[in-house]
Design a protein around this ligand. Structure first.
Ligand code: NAG
Ligand code: NAG
Ligand code: NAG
Ligand code: NAG
Length: 401
């Protein structure tokens, strides 16, 4: 075959057909170099650009030549460019790398599959995403509200944003779930909105906004603070125990809802309140003889509203509480010297056996009165634990009047 025929053959069947005759040239390796940053850190959702500039003997490496980026082994080419004119500065772009450590290198290929691999390597560290989503929560009441979650933008990855509600019992449910395809660099500032109708059951529970990327996941949790109207529990009750009427009212609200009782016209009573989380438990005690109605109204209110209920009074089969007994004895002890003194003075006045009899009648009368006095005394002493609600106590009538 003449050289002319060979040239025609090459034109028709492409340069690869001619490689049989290609003999790689020897090159001076010192004339090759690459100028590049050797250590690069990036986040899992980022893309990186590796700017570089290669230098080579222009008389040997003819255009067009191929410039390749490989990861790890030179045979593992991840990106390739065909360069037609120059050796000016250029860059490769890397994206969607899972967290870890990677090494990249460059190689050139020209002429008859002739290659040169630069010995310099670029070390890339891909770090987990440290930025958490930002969740904006408005002031929550029992009205429809919107929560907004801003998530970090991936450079070029799929993104799924969802909301997870962790209920008081620890169980989780997914509330909103949005998936996006591959997002590219032009896309910035992603926000997702969740609409909820908060209830008392949402109070103190957690909502988590999760951003799931192809190579990473990040989430942020907020604890909800829902302001809600008081709700009076059906555990509230009123019982007559001996001479006392004891009422318990339990109310639940946020902010804590103080409880009030119908105290008008009452002179002796006690009110104690206890607070457990968002619940107020108020106990109201009054002598049964002072209260003349079949129901007791319990009222509870906070800035969100008011709740009230009429609690029906039930009679308890229980006897008067045993702790009233020592008080009664003490009262009698106090009364006895007075009675003795009276009898003594009467004796001194030379009163006859008839008068002694009258004295005996007075003792009996005094004993009866002391019982009544004691009920009031024990009520007056009952501690008014005003841990939460503030209830004013009225000045009490002197029981001896
Ligand atoms: C040159 O490279 C091509 C692919 O790039 C390959 O198919 C061919 O076999 C190579 N030729 C030689 C002689 O190595
Ligand atoms: C809500 O999150 C907080 C911390 O953010 C945690 O202490 C609490 O136990 C969580 N509550 C529930 C119900 O998961
Ligand atoms: C109290 O209310 C709950 C539901 O809120 C109900 O299950 C329960 O039976 C009620 N108890 C009484 C004593 O009415
Ligand atoms: C008894 O309770 C009812 C309902 O709460 C109220 O209307 C009425 O005035 C009360 N009567 C007395 C004597 O307190």
């Amino acid at each position: 075959m003449t050289s002319l025929h060979f040239a025609i053959f090459c034109v028709f069947f492409g340069p690869s057909s001619c490689q049989i005759n290609c003999i790689p040239e020897t090159v001076d390796e010192t004339k090759f170099s690459v100028n590049v940053t050797e250590h690069i850190s990036m986040k899992s959702i980022d893309c990186i650009v590796i700017p570089h500039k290669v230098t080579f003997p222009r008389d040997k490496v003819v255009t067009p030549y191929k410039k390749m980026l490989f990861q790890g082994d030179p045979s593992n080419v991840v990106d390739k460019k065909v360069v037609y004119d120059s050796d000016k500065e250029d860059s490769f772009r890397i994206k969607n790398l899972p967290c870890g450590e990677y090494d990249y290198g460059f190689k050139l290929e020209w002429g008859c599959n002739q290659t040169y691999t630069f010995p310099k390597r670029v070390h890339v560290s891909v770090l987990p995403l440290a930025t958490k989503p930002t969740v904006l929560v408005p002031l929550l009441t029992e009205e429809r509200s919107e929560l907004i979650c801003s998530v970090p933008q991936p450079c070029s990855q799929g993104l799924r944003v969802y909301w997870k509600w962790t209920k008081a019992d620890g169980q989780s449910v997914v509330l909103g779930d949005y998936r996006y395809g591959k997002l590219d660099q032009w896309f910035f500032g992603y926000k997702d909105t969740l609409r909820i109708n908060p209830t008392a059951h949402h109070h103190n529970t957690n909502i988590t906004c999760v951003a799931e990327y192809d190579n990473d996941l990040t989430e942020a949790t907020v604890t909800l603070n829902v302001k809600f109207k008081p709700k009076i529990s059906n555990d509230s009750h009123c019982l007559v125990k001996g001479e006392l009427l004891v009422c318990v009212c339990v109310s639940w609200g946020n902010p804590l809802p103080p409880i009030s009782w119908p105290l008008e016209n009452l002179t002796a009573f006690s009110v104690t309140s206890l607070r457990i989380a968002q619940t107020v438990r108020s106990t109201f005690t009054v002598p049964a003889s002072e209260y003349h109605n079949a129901t007791v109204k319990c009222t509870s209110s906070n800035e969100r509203g008011l709740a009230e209920t009429s609690i029906v009074i039930h009679n308890s089969e229980e006897r008067a509480e045993p702790n009233t007994v020592p008080g009664r004895r003490k009262g009698m002890d106090l009364a006895l010297p007075w009675i003795a003194g009276l009898c003594f003075s009467l004796n001194l006045a030379f009163i006859t056996a008839l008068i002694i009899h009258i004295c005996q009648r007075r003792i009996n009368k005094q004993k009866e009165q002391s019982k009544e006095i004691n009920t009031y005394m024990s009520l007056k002493k009952a501690d008014v634990e005003e841990e939460y609600s503030v209830i004013s106590t009225k000045p009490k009538r002197n029981p001896q009047v």
